[in-house]
Design a protein around this ligand. Structure first.
Ligand code: SF4
Length: 375
């Protein structure tokens, strides 16, 4: 059963490290964008009749910058168009400064059952350097509000490898996060992306980032604290209590089918990936004038799709199922990769069992290099 991703490309402010398709200061466009989304949803449903959705994910940007009423309208409309599985996972990303009890209550009433709060750090100094519009107390308060409104599946997003961050301050952030008992954690190492303000600062030597040794210490702290708290490491950057893994993202890592709506959104159905126009205003104009919003389309050959499925699946600690690959592509990793695979196994990067191919602990440290050899 497919998933649906809905992109809301608006934020309160633009974080200096962010390369996502997100824009600040476009408040005047919000309602027009919601109207355009609803029209695109109706059209997408007509062109891609699918089984009821198993997951729906509103990401961004900051989806909760929209009013609770607008978000409920989007969810209700998509539920009507596509249908929803009886136990569908409906997730929304939230910034602590953009949620209150009323909005959370409307989200719960419209079926949202998973909340992903972008916290990033529980150190106010780090949050200021990250340009985040909230402080540590806002984040803790947001989680309490969500609990009060009945959310039991709550994920926190945190970042490490930040300017000025030390293993000690990372430990403090993680301990504070775990003390709030989230069901899921997404822990991303900061990467400096071209085109961001951080990229310029780094070029000018103005960014003081932790060195490799400090990052290795942070990784160790993460592994220890998450294990002690009962959160299993199930994907390179994700940890969850049993049964609380993000089903929407697991489908993505398994290279399963997913539809997408909105500016900059990427969907993939039947091996063909489509990306929509990035600019929200142009996106609205195209929808309103009945033009296609597809900016790029790529249909992979089966062998390329096989390699992509292997590489994406290796992000998960359970690895890729050889049986699933065989039934989906008629190919096996051992026969397909031959010497490349043997070499990576000999280097201690990969483990091949009768049922799975997966990264070893050492392989996870060099995941990008390993994947580059297999893609
Ligand atoms: S809140 Fe998220 S999407 Fe928005 S600018 Fe910051 S990092 Fe980017």
């Amino acid at each position: 059963m497919p998933s649906l991703y809905i992109h809301i490309p608006f934020c309160l402010s633009k974080c200096p490290y962010c390369s996502f398709i997100s824009y600040a200061g476009l408040n005047g466009l919000h309602q027009r964008y919601v109207d355009a989304l609803l029209r695109e949803a109706e059209e997408l449903c007509r062109s891609h009749p699918v089984a009821p959705l198993s997951t729906l994910f509103l990401g961004g940007g900051t989806p909760t910058i929209l009013s609770g009423e607008a978000l409920a309208e989007i969810i209700t409309a998509c539920t009507g168009f596509f249908g929803l599985d009886h136990d569908a996972e409906i997730s929304i990303e939230a910034n602590p400064r953009t949620i209150d009890a009323k909005k959370l209550s409307l989200l719960r009433a419209s079926g949202v059952n998973r909340l992903s709060i972008g916290v990033q750090s529980f150190q106010d100094q780090e949050l200021r350097l990250l340009g985040r519009p909230h402080d540590a107390e806002d984040a803790a308060h947001a989680l309490c509000l969500a609990r009060n409104e009945g959310f039991t599946n709550i994920s926190l997003d945190l970042m490490y490898g930040l300017p000025g961050q030390t293993p000690g301050s990372w430990r403090n952030t993680l301990e504070r996060a775990l003390s709030l008992e989230p069901s899921h954690l997404s822990l991303y190492e900061l990467t400096i992306e071209q085109g961001t303000s951080y990229f310029q600062q780094q070029e000018q030597g103005l960014l003081q980032l932790p060195d490799d040794e400090a990052i290795a210490d942070m990784d160790l702290i993460t592994a220890t604290l998450c294990r002690e708290a009962g959160l299993a490491h199930y994907e390179i950057s994700n940890y969850a209590r049993p049964g609380f893994e993000c089903r929407h993202n697991v489908n993505y890592w398994q290279n399963g089918p997913y539809l997408a709506l909105g500016a900059g959104a990427v969907g993939c159905m039947d091996g063909c990936r489509q990306q929509k126009i990035n600019d929200p205003l142009r996106y609205c104009e195209h929808i309103e004038s009945g033009q296609s919003v597809i900016m790029e389309e790529e249909c992979l050959e089966p062998a390329a799709s096989f390699r992509e499925t292997v590489v994406m699946g290796l992000r998960m600690l359970c690895g890729v199922s050889r049986e699933n690959l065989q039934s989906r592509y008629g190919l096996d990793v051992a026969g397909y990769y031959e010497e490349t695979l043997v070499h990576l196994i000999d280097q201690g990067m990969l483990e091949l069992t009768t049922r799975h191919l997966r990264l070893t602990a050492r392989g996870r440290m060099f995941a990008n290099q390993v994947m580059a050899e297999l893609v």
